[in-house]
Design a binder for this molecule. Sequence first.
Ligand SMILES: *Cc1c(COP(=O)(O)O)cnc(C)c1O
Length: 413
Amino acid sequence: MDKQGFTTGIVHGDRSVGAEHGGVRQPIHTSVQYGFERVEDLIGVFQGTKKGGFNYARQGTPTTAALERKITSLEEGVGSICFSTGMAALTAVFLTLLRAGDHVVSSRYVFGNTNSLFGTLRTLGIDVTMVDSTSAANVANAIRPNTRMVFVETIANPGTQIPDLAGIGELCRERGLAYVVDNTITSPALFRPKAVGASLVVNSLTKTIAGHGAALGGAVTDTGLFDWNAYPNIADDYRRSPSKEQGLLQIRKKGLRDMGGSLSSEQAHSIAMGAETLALRVAKCSENALALAQFLEGHEAIGRVFYPGLKSHPQYEIAQALFKGASWLLSFELRNADRMIEVVNALRLPVKATGLGDTRTLIIPVAPTIFFEAGPEVRKSMGISDGMLRLSAGIEDTDDLIADFAQALKFAV
Ligand SMILES: *Cc1c(COP(=O)(O)O)cnc(C)c1O
């Protein structure tokens, strides 16, 4: 069959590989153990000679495997591994592919918990240098002989900075560095990091891909572009596999089997259902975010608005060139930060909550909550002011959202 479109592939994916009784979805496999008639097959699954078999659910089930196939196809990769959360996926990537004495160059604009995880890596002897990734030259200047990996997020949360994704990809290719891209905010519906040379793509499935805010999950996808044969930290046991498979094999064995951040079949199923409407939701969320950004930018009570779909955004051109839409993430500042509590409390539709990429609009003041522990210095380096509000646009009717903000902003003066 010809290569199918994005949504066609998701909604027919399970059926095309065959689900029992003609089911249109993979069932929820609750077995922890998977038994075999012949013990040779059990041995083959353990040794990796019998492909596609299952033995113990910590390393995956048919339900998580079905979701992995979907994510792989969405990212046009060669394989994926699902985890219990996005943070478990990131932790597995860093802890399985890096060793004490290694060095990582990361964008300075990263998710708060990722920033905190880098603190843990430093205590283990893995050094992380944070740079302003909007220029690839800053990344190049930070590279050392022991640098193994470069890490960026496609659109930074909450400041919406966009790294020089293509320039950094080119740099990583030239220098033979693993390029790890967190695609959570854009999702493969808006952008495929493979297009800029990413080696590994991480998605928090909790956010855009599931969309319903009713399941936690994360995934790592190998794009097939990186030569793992040339990567120093692959264990001898996994060197025997073809180059393209070594990275994911080590992440699955060390990160999933040994560290155990496994996704349950129930959650995998729930995420797969959400993913069926991914492209539709992301289009509507992006439309709502743009309408709100334009409304806020023109409002007298509002200071700066950060949204890559606005011409005023410093990386507007990159967003136009690389992304199919500017996503649901939008941040803005009240001119009078003292009125923040009144304004947010006056909003009726947005849920005052953390979380992102939901069908419902969510709003949160950034400095006193998600970036509180990071402290004032980190906040300053990430461009987070005390009056910044972060919004995750949902799929509500656009006019309702605008009307709600219009009434709440009366409290801003
Ligand atoms: C939420 C988020 C994560 C972590 O995902 P969880 O599923 O909540 O663990 C990682 N990266 C980014 C950019 C995120 O927004």
